[in-house]
Design a protein around this ligand. Structure first.
Ligand code: ZN
Length: 141
């Protein structure tokens, strides 16, 4: 399945999974809850939430949790990603998560944003992380 053939039901499933994951977030310090969901190459959806830590840099983003869940269950590639937050601005993956997503996404993999009211802007990985470093660089002759 090519990334651009994401069905409406898959998009809705991603939205629901990320919204539900957000409610499980552990964010006592920022109180900024984020959920993410990844559609893998098998058609399965994996969700993650942010998990903060008293030692702030040790916190984990929602996207990282979703990717870990994907890998754990045997997913190899991400076909689509959705990040769900609330507030006035659309939540896009942080810089670190863009690189984490780069490992499992194609350049044209769609990355959706959403909040409690609507789907927001849709990006591709290459839009969020142009000219990126990835696995191919390590396998060049
Ligand atoms: Zn992040």
């Amino acid at each position: 399945m090519a990334a651009h053939t994401l069905t409406e039901s898959q998009q809705q499933a991603l939205l629901h999974a990320a919204r539900a994951a957000r409610l499980k977030a552990y964010a006592p310090y920022s109180t900024f809850l984020v959920g993410a969901a990844v559609l893998d190459d098998q058609g399965n959806i994996h969700a993650g939430c942010n998990v903060e830590n008293a030692a702030y840099p040790e916190g984990v983003c929602a996207e990282a949790g979703a990717l870990s869940a994907m890998v754990l269950s045997g997913g190899k590639r991400a076909q689509a990603v959705l990040v769900f937050g609330t507030g006035g601005a659309w939540i896009t993956p942080c810089g670190g998560c863009r690189q984490k997503l780069r490992e499992f996404c194609a350049p044209d993999t769609p990355i959706f944003t959403a909040n409690e009211n609507a789907l927001g802007p849709r990006y591709t990985l290459v839009q969020l992380l142009p000219d990126s470093f990835g696995p191919d660089h390590l396998h060049s002759p």
